[in-house]
Design a protein. Structure first.
Length: 135
């Protein structure tokens, strides 16, 4: 079976970036709730860790699926844009349901990071597709 394994393999990047995202956001929530009882602080941090891991993994998987085997950077731009539209719509919907007072200012940092990640990950996927397959 042909192999394209490398440190920049999108499958590896998807798992690694999901772990990093989960740890950063879960840690931030734990830090922000540090005045709460320990069980509540850890529960909040763990819940955010799981949500962030799942969201980043699904976001990356969507981008990979949209790009497929394409070797065109235009496909990367389209995939990143579509993934961001969907991700933004989901986040704004969730925050509307829970009643976040200023959803734009709350979500803007997350959307900026997600947009940058989407562009880098999508470009990486196309670059990976351009690599020759070695038996």
């Amino acid at each position: 079976m042909p192999s394209r394994k490398s440190l920049a393999d999108p499958a590896r990047v998807k798992v690694f970036s999901s772990l990093v995202s989960a740890s950063l956001y879960g840690g931030w929530v734990a830090y922000c709730t540090r005045q709460q009882p320990l069980v509540q602080m850890l529960g909040s941090g763990l819940a955010q860790w799981l949500l962030s891991f799942a969201a980043t993994f699904a976001f990356s998987a969507l981008i990979s699926r949209l790009i497929g085997d394409s070797r065109r950077y235009e496909s990367a731009a389209m995939a990143a844009g579509l993934a961001m539209l969907l991700y933004g719509a989901i986040l704004f919907s969730i925050h509307a349901v829970v009643g976040t007072p200023r959803p734009l200012s709350t979500l803007l940092p997350v959307l900026i990071l997600a947009g940058a990640y989407a562009c880098v990950f999508a470009s990486l996927q196309v670059r990976h597709n351009l690599r020759p397959v070695h038996p």
